[in-house]
Write a protein that binds this ligand. Structure first.
Ligand SMILES: Cc1cc2nc3c(=O)[nH]c(=O)nc-3n(C[C@H](O)[C@H](O)[C@H](O)COP(=O)(O)OP(=O)(O)OC[C@H]3O[C@@H](n4cnc5c(N)ncnc54)[C@H](O)[C@@H]3O)c2cc1C
Length: 388
């Protein structure tokens, strides 16, 4: 099928199958799962993922064509965004065939929900300082510790868990990646309320939770390199809006704002032009990264630049909307108030703006790196968690 036909079929499918977002009552997670299964059956879930593991084996061109059509709809796919954008691609890249066979298709069909268990109270930007321990016990590992800010953990069936397996070596060298069953006894999930008033992320506690060794992803003590794979996918997927695409009405977008502000005012027009330029620049940058990926050039640390641009654009939009719509924009539970209070999260989740700048400086611009002592000292000799 040529691209124009593909796009026409995608549009027709979306028109027929995307549920109205104002359907009252019922279980929204069950509805989201039902939608995801239909999306997969129609060939629009995992468009570029390998056919062998349940994907469609198509190219970035089809992926972009579908995303462009989906922009006019609100797809109920948010709860799958961690699986589709981060943990799924990590399993495809770094999992065993048995893990891919077991996990990837159910993830693409929305049968199982995933979360990503990296951050801890003392380990966010510096995630390699994490203290959750996994200790070997025969053909299992026993996990104890705490994670925090874990998006969608309260709905998750599986989690991609980074844990410490060796304290005798420098901190990056003693980590291992696992798949953990979120329903296992000993896993406790406590939702946290964010400033939008909703609970999208959680604290997660592990008390003697066993994980079979076949659920280890990558080699023992090679978890850092697996985590880097996840983080690269995370930054690219956040900037490209994987699982979050298709928000029909972003109330801070140019299209929404131009309907409610005085576009005859030259100062307002100036601001809207600036918004247009920034949005367009990011869209073109993302398109370039996608085309390069298709040509076999992995974007690497430039994904951090895309994520930084998106975080800055999101804050710019929120500030602009507040200035143009007035203080009442942030009152109540309107979609605009929600978008404005959610905006700062983009500058933190997936790595803060400061960390993105450090990565771009270090790995894209080749500027001198920050001085580090923690790459050589064994983890047990670092004063982790006691630093100011
Ligand atoms: C909406 C949202 C969703 C999230 N979802 C998940 C999830 O699903 N799974 C998960 O594991 N985590 C998740 N996180 C956690 C997120 O990855 C961390 O919040 C982030 O990495 C920052 O860590 P921290 O909050 O511990 O801040 P800290 O690392 O303590 O940073 C505090 C401040 O210091 C600055 N800083 C720290 N180090 C440096 C440095 N070297 N140079 C310059 N400045 C520095 C930071 O930029 C920041 O401003 C989520 C966070 C948010 C906001």
């Amino acid at each position: 099928m040529n691209l124009a036909d593909y796009r026409r079929s995608a549009r027709a499918w979306l028109q027929e199958n995307v549920p109205a977002d104002d359907r009252p009552g019922g279980d929204p997670i069950a509805r989201a799962k039902e939608f995801m299964a239909k999306l997969h059956d129609a060939g629009y879930s995992g468009i570029t993922w390998p056919r062998r593991w349940g994907g469609q084996g198509l190219t970035q061109a089809e992926e972009r064509a579908f995303a462009a059509e989906a922009r006019g709809f609100t797809l109920p796919t948010y709860v799958f965004s961690i699986g589709l954008g981060m943990t799924g691609p990590t399993l495809v890249d770094r999992g065993t065939d048995a893990q891919r066979e077991r996990f990837v298709r159910p993830l693409l069909r929305g049968e199982e929900i995933w979360c990503q268990l990296f951050s801890e109270p003392g380990a966010g930007s510096d995630v390699a300082s994490l203290q959750t321990r996994a200790e070997r016990d025969g053909d299992h590992w026993i996990v104890n510790g705490q994670k925090v800010w874990t998006s969608v953990a309260h709905h998750a069936d599986w989690g991609l868990l980074l844990a410490r397996t060796d304290v005798e070596v420098p901190k990056h060298k003693g980590l291992t990646m696992f798949v953990v069953d979120m329903h296992h006894p000993g896993v406790t999930v406590r939702p946290l309320k964010d400033m939008t008033g909703r609970s999208n992320f959680n604290e997660v506690f592990f008390d003697d939770v066993p994980i079979p060794d076949e659920h280890r992803v990558g080699e023992v003590n090679d978890g850092w390199s697996v985590a880097v794979t996840t983080l690269l996918h995370e930054r690219l997927s956040i900037s490209a809006g994987v699982g979050m695409s298709g928000q029909k009405e972003d109330p801070t977008s140019l299209e929404a704002l131009r309907r409610v502000v005085d576009t005859g005012d030259p100062l307002v027009r100036d601001e809207l032009v600036e918004l247009h330029i920034r949005s367009r620049a990011l869209a073109l940058f993302n398109q370039r990264l996608a085309q390069e990926t298709e040509a076999g050039i992995f974007p690497g640390a430039r994904g951090s630049a895309a994520k930084l641009l998106l975080a800055e654009l999101t804050m710019f939009q929120a500030d602009l909307a507040t200035r143009l719509a007035g203080p009442e924009a942030v009152l109540g539970d309107s979609p605009l108030a929600h978008a404005i209070s959610l905006a700062p999260a983009m500058s933190l989740g997936g790595g803060t703006n400061e960390i993105m700048r450090n990565i771009v400086g270090d790995r894209v611009l080749n500027l001198p790196p920050e001085p580090r002592v923690d790459k050589t000292v064994p983890f047990k000799d670092l004063k982790v968690g006691t630093q100011g």
